[in-house]
Write a protein that binds this ligand. Structure first.
Ligand SMILES: [Zn+2]
Length: 247
């Protein structure tokens, strides 16, 4: 078995190690999330200097012994525009943090990886509401890790009509009749928000970022996603905390 392995990867996290080295968390096409060491990557003349920073997406040549070592990287995209303002950067950092937390070591999830790359692209273009981009990303990403909220029928009675509530704890929509049996917190969900969630869950990657919503839907969608993620993903995301503190 060859010890050299090629893969496309995105740098999710970088950490200085020793005097000149870095430890990277990579989201790779072939191996899922991995830790890789980049020796000498912090030296000014290192050929690994540019390719081992966060947000770099590239072709990595890795050497695998006990750990992965980056021997070569060719940058495909650096998502440079993401650093243009602090808000865009923070949303970008949140995507990386989210991806790092929900990805498994050595277990590739190609749809999730494609979604992250697409979302980083859309964020840097600046044509859509950034808060909407984040909600779309979160909902689609949840569906790729087996945490799809139920939005087609009531989670308690399976009724398909009068779906006007959402219970994050129970993982989906609740009909009018079941309100009293639903676990709190129960939130209101409008038809518009419900259709938006259904669209996001069924859309292909190329159609995912092609729509806008009004402020009321966005506000409701955001609240639903925050509550759902707060309950089902037990993690405080630093970039989100920062964004909320600056608002
Ligand atoms: Zn019901």
């Amino acid at each position: 078995m060859t010890r050299y392995q090629k893969t496309k990867g995105l740098v999710l996290h970088e950490m200085p190690i020793g005097e000149h080295d870095k430890r990277l968390t990579l989201l790779t096409k072939e191996f899922g999330k991995i830790t890789a060491f980049a020796k000498g990557a912090r030296r000014a003349k290192s050929k690994l200097l540019a390719g081992t920073s966060i947000f770099i997406y590239g072709d990595f040549l890795l050497y695998k012994k006990k750990n992965y070592t980056v021997t070569q990287v060719e940058c495909i995209d650096s998502f440079h525009a993401i650093r243009e303002d602090i808000e865009t950067l923070s949303y970008g950092l949140y995507l990386l943090e989210f991806a790092e937390f929900v990805s498994d070591e050595n277990n590739p999830n190609l749809p999730l990886m494609k979604l992250i790359l697409k979302t980083l692209q859309v964020l840097t273009k600046g044509t859509l509401q950034q808060e909407l981009i984040i909600c779309v990303f979160e909902l689609k990403a949840l569906s790729y890790i087996g945490l799809t909220p139920e939005v087609s029928h009531c989670v308690l009675s399976e009724d398909e009509n009068a779906l006007i509530y959402f219970s994050a704890v129970q993982g989906g929509v609740v009909c009018e009749r079941c309100y009293n049996q639903a676990s709190q917190p129960v939130q209101n969900i409008s038809q518009g928000t419900l259709y938006t969630m259904r669209f996001i869950l069924s859309a292909s990657l190329s159609d995912l970022y092609t729509f806008k919503v009004d402020e009321a839907i966005l506000k409701q969608l955001k609240t639903i996603m925050r509550t759902f993620i707060g309950y089902h993903i037990n993690k405080t995301f630093k970039a989100l905390e920062f964004l909320e503190a600056t608002k």
